[in-house]
Every structure is written in C-alpha cells, then in structure tokens.
Design a protein around this ligand. Structure first.
Ligand code: SF4
Ligand code: SF4
Length: 177
C-alpha cells in the first residue's frame, strides 16, 4: 500500500485578463526576433555565424575526418588485417575480412579482402587510428560528406585507399602527431 505523500498547497494569485492572453510576452518575443533580424541584416561584422560554404573556418590540424588506408611504396595497403581497429571501434562500424597475403615476399601473413567503414555509424573518435600498429589507418581533414542512402555511407577499400601522396594539409588525426 502506498504511503501518503505530504503535499504543499501554494496560493496562486488570480491572473488578470492581460496576463491570460499572453500579449505582453508575445510582443516581447517578437521584439527580440526583430532585434536579431535587423542586427544580422545590417550589422554583419559582429555576428558569430559565417556564410558557409562560401566562408569556412580554420579547422584544427588534428581534425578527425574521413579515414584513409595508407599504402606502402609498392602501392599495397599497409594494413595487415590484424583486426585491432575493428576490436577497438566503439561504434562497431568497421568490418574486415582477412585473406592470406598473396604477395611473393611474405612480410606479413594476412591482408584485408574486405575493409569497410560505415561512416554514418562512425563517431569519429579516432580509436581505430590509435589501435593500429602499422599506421595503416589515419584520418583526413575531409569532413564534408553527404549520402543519399545508408548503403552509400558504407565505404570499402577502393574509397578508403590512399590516392597518391598525401598532402600535409589533408592529414588530420593520426597517432603521435
Ligand atoms: S573513428 Fe572511432 S567510431 Fe569511427 S571507425 Fe574509428 S574507432 Fe570506429
Ligand atoms: S588498419 Fe591497422 S589495426 Fe586495422 S586491421 Fe589494418 S593493420 Fe590492423
């Protein structure tokens, strides 16, 4: 059986007609809107927002953007399919399928046959980059990504693979940076 909960009655003075129709707060709110509207229209110098995408902010050199799978001098992926990144990923958005390294000089046993990242599940924490023992995955500063459906956001080796030399300006978060 529930206990009686003590209650306190508060006397509330009756509202006047003017208070009940809320005209005062409505005009006060509209006044604030109008003030900001005019300020944004004529006082552009002191507003905090920018006219993106024409104007862009300077982002951090450690920005955690879209991932890059780095390659060796011979163009092959540095990834040795050790699954460390997949294991460390808190969003479970990395999917790797390993296969035997088909290379003649077997420096490492495995390579990724499938390496996928779901960019819509990724939380851009950088744990995969930290976990990688080969510096095979780094993050770029590319952060402008748009997809028309969820499947498009799952990118594989070809999209992730390093395309030629990486410009310093493109590199975002990476270990020991
Ligand atoms: S950045 Fe974080 S969430 Fe995204 S793939 Fe790497 S570990 Fe997973
Ligand atoms: S990217 Fe790095 S951590 Fe992930 S499987 Fe490849 S070598 Fe291992």
């Amino acid at each position: 059986m529930m206990k009686d909960v003590p209650t306190v009655n508060v006397d509330r003075p009756p509202s006047s007609l003017l208070e009940r129709i809320y005209l005062g707060p409505i005009f006060s709110g509209l006044g604030v809107t109008l003030r900001h509207f005019l300020r944004n229209l004529f006082g552009k110098k002191d507003i905090a927002t920018i006219e993106y995408p024409e104007v862009k902010r300077q982002y951090s050199e450690r920005l955690r953007g879209r991932h890059i799978l780095t390659t060796r001098d011979n163009g092959k992926l540095r990834c040795v399919a050790c699954y460390m990144c997949e294991t460390a990923c808190p969003a479970h958005c990395i999917h790797i399928v390993a296969e035997e390294n088909p290379g003649e000089e077997v420096a490492h046993e495995k390579v990724p046959r499938i390496y996928e990242i779901d960019l819509l599940r990724c939380v851009y924490c950088g744990y995969c980059v930290d976990a990688c023992p080969e510096e095979a995955i780094i993050m770029s500063r590319t952060h402008e990504m748009a997809f028309s459906d969820r499947d498009e956001a799952v990118i594989g080796i070809e999209e992730l693979r390093q395309k030629g030399p990486i410009e310093e300006a493109d590199i975002g978060y990476r270990p020991y940076f």
